[in-house]
Each structure stands twice: as C-alpha cells, then as structure tokens.
Write a new protein. Structure first.
Length: 378
C-alpha cells in the first residue's frame, strides 16, 4: 500500500506518517518511497511537508553538500540571494506547493527556494530510447521507453509522487523525495515525458513566459494529453535552458523527441521504429556540436545505445522487452558508473499498458539498483 497523504484542515495537525531520520538508507522499502497526494497545490505541499518533517531539512542539506562536493564553482552569494526572488516569480501553482511544503515541514520558505534554485545551476548527462515493440494478436505495436538519469547524490533519488490536483490531469513523477519538480513522469491520460539536458544556444525572450525544464515538465504533465497539446505548450512557454524531451502518447503509441532551445524546438520522429537521445542535438541547425567523442561522452553513448536498440529490434519476437531494455541501460558504455555523476535512477515503461518500472537503492541504478514495478494507480 502507498501512503495516502490527503490534507484537510481537520486532520493536518494529527498526521503521524513521518519516517525517522535516516530512513533513506532503507533502500529495499519500496512502499515507503511512494507518495499519493490529493488536493490543492498548497494542501499537497503541506501534507508532504508534515510527513517529512525535520527530514526534509536533512535531505536539503545532504543535497546541497553533494552539489558543493562536485568541486566546480558555485557562487554561494548569488545562489542564496537569487533563490527566493526566483521562486516568487514562478507560476502560482508551484509557489503554492512550496509554501505548503514549508509550512508543513516548519521550514523557512527561502530554504526551500535554495534547494529548488540549485537545479538551475546544474547540467547532467542522460541516455534514453523509445522503441516500437510488436505485440501478439490483433493489437497495435506498443511504444516502450528506456531511461537513465545521470546526476549527483545517487542515494537521494528513486522516489515516486502521485499528485491529483482539481482541474489538472493527475500525474506520476519520479525523482527526489518531496520534490515539487521532476525530470520524469506520466499522467493519467498516459502521456509519458522525460528530458535529458541539452546546452542551449539561445536565451529566453523577456516578453514571454519561461520556466526551468523541470518545472516545464510538471506543467506539461498536468495540462497536456497529446503530442499536439505538448507542442502548443512548447510554443507558448519558453525554457530557461536546453532540453531533449522524450514524449510518448500512450493512447495512440505515437512518440517523438523534441530538441528544445529556450525559444524554439525541432521534432524528431521515428523512421526505423525507434529513437535514441543523449545530450547533444541531432537535427537542430543552430545548436552547438558535441564537445567530446570519448568514452561515455554523449556521442559514444548515443552510438552504443542506437546500435544495441537496433540489434534488439531486429531480433523480433513479441515478448515484453523489459529485460532487454534494462540490459541496454546497464551496458558499461551507456551507464554512468564512475566519478561524482552516476546513473541515479532508471526507468522502463510502456505508457500504453501502464507498465512502469523504476529503480531505487544500489548505484549505478540500471545495473545495481532494485527494479520495482509500480502499479498503475487509476
């Protein structure tokens, strides 16, 4: 069973779902990693904050220290002074959840702003693929997704949050415990979205709205049902940085990759029954070229994943490709295994059928993590 953290004014002060400090070490307790929350953004944030209690500050401090330990330059003064104004400039849907989270956990709002704002200063390296897989009988082939998220602080990822907000599409997000944002998710209408970092070649226009990629993800999951609606949102809301967006429309099995700068995007559609993406542009004419083609660079990971996906598809067979896709994600030439940046979590999913696999505990995640199947909640 998952924890039902439904806030109401009559019960918010009596919730007793707090886990003890340090429970993040219980890597095999997958049920304790799934949160189901219903209500307004503030109510959802309050319930999550009250459940986490003092552990949220512990999580934030661990995350900040892991970021600082990377050794690259972090302008601490600019980070701290810019965090709260940045948070207050976000749409009300996000600000309200942060305000609820702060009140529920009894933490200052500026502290949560610092946690979220830190992501603006980061770049990561990820690998992903979408393939069309044959099925038995008369049903149409299904699209499957394979995804590695490579970033720092591996022991802090591998959580699932299910949100149901009135007037918005219910959604599932994968990522950090208590996080308002996400790089990976799917909604009740079976639109799957995840993104890989891309270096932007442009900057947002000041007269149009823009969001960080991980906030754009939540907005898209909660408001889009189709690829067409997603493309309309990409035209309406700019991004603060580059983004390679993987999108699968589960109800039709249509899919595409979107190479996004801050102001525009280019759509890659499948021509061979599959698509692969890492951290460089393939079709955008203005994008900067990859910097390196060395081991585990974006170019080398792209070539290896494409080769393995193509070989697997050519083998045929209609059995679900879960095992094969996990093996591809765990390939030594694809998975991030050394240094401060490792594969922190991985996913394999079939949006059409609602089959969702994710990892927690054990790193690098694809080869050493615990793979768990998440029950479709709707």
């Amino acid at each position: 069973m998952t924890k039902k953290l439904t806030y109401s004014p009559l019960t918010s002060r009596t919730l007793t779902l707090r886990k003890p400090l340090g429970s993040h070490k219980q890597s095999n307790d997958y049920k304790g990693r799934i949160y189901t929350l219903k209500g307004t953004p503030f109510e959802i944030g309050y319930a999550m904050g009250q459940s986490l209690g003092a552990r949220l500050e512990v999580n934030i401090e661990r995350y900040v220290q892991a970021r600082v330990s990377l050794g690259d330059t972090l302008n601490v003064a600019a980070w701290r002074s810019g965090a709260l104004p940045w948070l207050r400039a976000l749409p009300a849907r996000f600000l309200e959840e942060f305000e609820g989270l702060a009140q529920g956990a009894k933490l200052p709002l500026p502290r949560l702003a610092e946690w979220a704002y830190l992501e603006v200063l980061l770049a990561g390296g990820c690998s992903g693929a979408i393939i069309t897989w044959p099925t038995s009988g008369q049903t149409a082939p299904h699209a499957w997704v394979a995804r590695n998220n490579d970033i720092f602080a591996p022991g802090m990822w591998g959580y699932v949050t299910i949100r149901e907000i009135p007037g918005r599409i219910p959604s599932i997000s994968f990522g950090l415990e208590g996080d308002v944002f996400t790089p990976t998710g799917i909604n009740q209408d079976k639109l799957w979205l995840h993104y890989n970092y891309l270096p932007a070649w442009d900057t947002p226009l000041t007269d149009r709205p823009h969001l960080p990629a991980y906030a754009f993800m939540v907005e898209a999951l909660e408001t889009c049902r189709t690829l067409q609606e997603l493309e309309a949102l990409l035209r309406r809301i700019q991004r603060d940085d580059g983004m390679l967006l993987f999108a699968v429309e589960g109800k039709t099995n249509a899919y595409a990759l979107y190479e996004c700068g801050c102001t525009d995007f280019y759509k890659r559609e499948p021509t061979q029954g599959w698509l692969v993406g890492t951290n460089h542009y393939c079709i955008h004419p203005q994008a900067p070229p990859p910097r390196s083609a060395g081991p585990r660079s974006t170019v080398s990971r792209y070539k290896q994943m494409g080769s393995l996906i193509e070989a697997r598809v050519s083998q045929g067979g209609d059995a679900p490709p879960v095992k094969a896709l996990i093996q591809i994600l765990a390939d030594p030439a694809i998975e991030a295994r050394e240094g401060d940046i490792v594969t922190t979590y991985a996913n394999v999913a079939c949006p059409s059928t609602g089959e969702l696999w994710y990892t927690f505990g054990g790193y690098p995640a694809a080869s050493c993590g615990n793979w768990q199947k998440l029950a479709w909640p709707w």
